[in-house]
Design a protein around this ligand. Sequence first.
Ligand SMILES: Cc1cc2nc3c(=O)[nH]c(=O)nc-3n(C[C@H](O)[C@H](O)[C@H](O)COP(=O)(O)OP(=O)(O)OC[C@H]3O[C@@H](n4cnc5c(N)ncnc54)[C@H](O)[C@@H]3O)c2cc1C
Length: 509
Amino acid sequence: MGGNPEYGGQGMPKLLTVAFEEMLYATNTSFALYPALNTGAALLLDHHATDAIKRTYLPRMYAGEWLGSMCLTEPHCGTDLGLIKTRAVPNVDGDTYAITGSKIWITGGEHDMVDNIVHLVLAKLPDAPEGTRGISLFLVPKRKVGADGEAGEPNSVVCGGLEHKMGIKGSATCVMHFEAAEGMLIGEPHQGLAAMFTMMNYERLSIGIQGLGLGEVAYQSAMDFARERLQSRAPNGPAAPDRPADPILVHPDVRRMALNVRAWNEGGRAFAAFVAQQLDRVKFHPEEGVRDEAQALVALLTPVAKAFLTDRGFDATVEAQQVYGGNGYCVEWGAEQYVRDARIAMIYEGTNGIQAMDLVGRKLFRNRGAYVTCLLALIRGDLETLDKQEVSDFKQAVQQEAERLGRVTDELLERADGRPEELGAAAVDYLNLTGHVVYAWLWLKMAIAAQAGLDGQGTAGERFYRSKLAVGRHFINRMLPRTEALERQIRAGAKPLMTMDDEDFMFTG
Ligand SMILES: Cc1cc2nc3c(=O)[nH]c(=O)nc-3n(C[C@H](O)[C@H](O)[C@H](O)COP(=O)(O)OP(=O)(O)OC[C@H]3O[C@@H](n4cnc5c(N)ncnc54)[C@H](O)[C@@H]3O)c2cc1C
């Protein structure tokens, strides 16, 4: 949908594609991974490949006739890609390279759903500098593509086996061996990681939406169950006196779980849409200043979107599973599969801990908080201009949280000067704080729109607006207070984490 129209894509805005992606992930996460990887691979080629490669590969990939894969991870290196051993040696034809090495956990690495698989492989050239500065990127097709543009003889790419996983069992996760396989360099030598980031950044938001989609389907399924399941009576007296017991949704604790899940989902959907909108501004907006501001927000919020959406998506699937009682642990209702499928999203595409390091390192410390200042200016601008007396409780909450984020940011920048471990210690809590503050802000915007709808300025219907306000109030009153704990945890600093000797971790008692 979002592909380049010059090569057969539809050129749709990101705002639309994220809504579609959520539906794909919600209905079949394993299957959704194939088009998700393909879309990221096509985006990468559109940005970094030659016109000839684009002409040959993109129309096939957009049509879903060929699918892409990303081949980064090796047995001894996941997070630290500087350690990769896969080699690329120039062939005598002067055009292609012989790629040799083994990759593991490659999503969609091998399957027979399409005619060809387009592997994007990180490897090192013979003269490569050490570490991540020495990584190059290669396109290695499963079947070599002839001058006629058709998939022909097999390349020396072999699937060594399928990985046995906790969830996403319909997604082929493969060990891939490249045995002097023919590949083409994409982009400049030794600049492969930067090019790969085009795909990785796309996948980060996409994987965030995996969490969101699973949270949504988990909610909808749990609500079907909660309406039917009769247990005990409502605390203030029977709600369905003609039945042997009341539906479990009468119980405050079941409502708490349901509202938690729903508030994560609806806040998350607004967040994904906001990031998508910024990506559209970066791509399409005519004014440079607007594009720059949007780029800063995208840079800041991409790791938050990946980690916060998947952490909260997982929380949502577990909390929705709890609504079922024992039925949630058994396979018939499907709730346990949502939990298993959601778990991986916190790990792949860079673990959520690594996303948090990216946030506090590259996106915060390196520019002394410039991106956060940009975000806070936007929030404060809204606080000054957006108004609806009826939702002043939302406004007050956002005011308080914006101050908190500003305060915590200043303190952290000061404390981490010359002490990098302070950043690592604060990373995950800081990311969670940022996520909560952004959700609160987006809930304020939604509350204003919902109130306007109730005042007769909308078309979505009264129930929609009423429930939006109710879920939003649950969020600001019962979930947002977690930021107080996060602020204290961040302020506690690295010392409590770093005091114990490494050896002492091996002794328990
Ligand atoms: C089902 C599945 C599908 C996958 N699909 C693909 C794919 O298509 N292509 C691909 O290339 N890879 C894929 N992966 C690999 C995935 O991206 C990696 O598992 C992930 O990046 C983490 O690497 P690792 O597992 O080696 O963990 P490690 O890097 O060994 O990390 C172990 C732990 O240490 C932490 N850690 C490591 N370094 C640091 C640090 N500097 N600071 C703080 N904490 C740190 C990590 O957060 C983690 O908690 C897939 C993995 C799975 C399980």
